[in-house]
Design a protein around this ligand. Structure first.
Ligand SMILES: CC(C)(COP(=O)(O)OP(=O)(O)OC[C@H]1O[C@@H](n2cnc3c(N)ncnc32)[C@H](O)[C@@H]1OP(=O)(O)O)[C@@H](O)C(=O)NCCC(=O)NCCS
Length: 293
């Protein structure tokens, strides 16, 4: 039986639901580890996921961990944070053990920072692939001719079912509830052939500016055509894109947009593999976020 209290450094912390935590305190926690999340970004994650926090005896937030169930048998995990002053005391492991207890029976996918990679390895997670966090002040992207037979237009509300289906095929999990929340905050593009959506890209405010993702497409060419209008619309502003396409035409296009690789994370899984994505068509060209995949 897991204990709901834990002696962290010189004091005992208590496990609480993240929904009951103060939003500004969560914001301070992520700032303490240099993450860009705004209070709005935390609130969005609390709407689409679940989580726990560690509270010290006077109610300060000393740690967080969240999970995002998709379907009956899969969840992603993220927002695992302990403040620098309290790290390497076992708090991260304690929080993760609670997450794994709460998600028992589900396979788990996550994106590990370098700081957390060994912690997840020790819990049995295995590496799947590297994901590049590309970001910077976006430049006007190069002109690209639309792929043969394809047209790119703005995402319409009537495209929602097609968006969910493309995402489900690429991800191998039903993420309709996450996508429903994302589209209310995002501008999107759709690449169609003969009127049928074959690629989608969303872009929304996040952190220091905007993030492009998810991007689902069958080929680099289609992904570039879907993403290009979103980058063009944000030229001169801070833009981020998290992509597992670390080489090839899409990766090259992202660099031409003024978005160099800023950091890398490792996609990991526990249970069934998360990413036979390489074999899937369409594929995930960019994540909605590290936290939700
Ligand atoms: C990643 C993170 C959550 C780990 O939290 P933590 O509280 O330091 O985690 P733990 O203390 O449980 O484990 C970290 C290390 O300390 C060691 N440790 C655990 N208890 C210890 C103790 N009492 N004394 C000394 N070391 C201890 C662990 O063995 C582990 O070592 P490892 O690096 O060999 O795996 C934390 O570093 C963090 O918030 N980083 C910034 C945000 C981030 O990257 N989050 C991960 C997102 S995927």
């Amino acid at each position: 039986m897991l204990d709901d209290t834990f002696l962290l450094d010189a004091f005992t912390v208590q496990l609480r639901e993240i929904m009951d935590a103060d939003l500004d305190a969560l914001h301070v926690l992520s700032l303490s580890v240099g993450w860009p999340h705004r209070p709005e970004d935390w609130q969005f994650l609390r709407e689409v996921g679940q989580g726990v926090v560690a509270l010290d005896p006077i109610g300060r937030v000393c740690g967080s961990a969240m999970w995002f169930p998709f379907g009956d048998d899969f969840a992603t995990v993220g927002m695992v944070i302990t403040p620098p002053r309290l790290q390497a005391n076992g708090g991260g492991l304690w929080l993760m053990r609670h997450v794994l207890a709460r998600t028992e029976g589900r396979s788990i996918g996550l994106h590990a920072t370098q700081a957390a990679h060994r912690l997840y390895l020790s819990l049995g997670f295995v590496d799947e692939r590297i994901v590049h966090q590309c970001q910077g002040e976006a430049m006007m992207p190069p002109d690209v001719a639309p792929p043969t037979g394809a047209e790119v237009r703005d995402l319409q509300p009537s495209d929602f079912a097609a968006l969910c289906e493309l995402d489900r095929r690429a991800r191998g999990a039903d993420r309709a509830s996450l996508l429903a929340s994302l589209v209310t905050r995002s501008r999107g593009t759709v690449l169609c052939r003969e009127g049928k959506p074959e690629a989608v890209a969303l872009c929304r405010p996040f952190g220091r500016g905007f993030v492009v993702g998810p991007v689902i497409a069958a080929t680099d060419e289609d992904a570039i055509a879907a993403v290009r209008p979103l980058v063009a619309a944000h030229a001169g502003t801070f833009l981020r894109i998290d992509t597992g396409q670390t080489e090839g035409d899409f990766a090259h296009f992202v660099s031409l947009c003024g978005l160099p690789v800023y950091d890398t994370v490792t996609q990991m899984s526990l249970g069934r593999p998360w990413a036979p994505e390489a074999a899937r068509t369409p594929a995930v060209y960019a994540l909605a976020s590290h936290t939700t995949g």
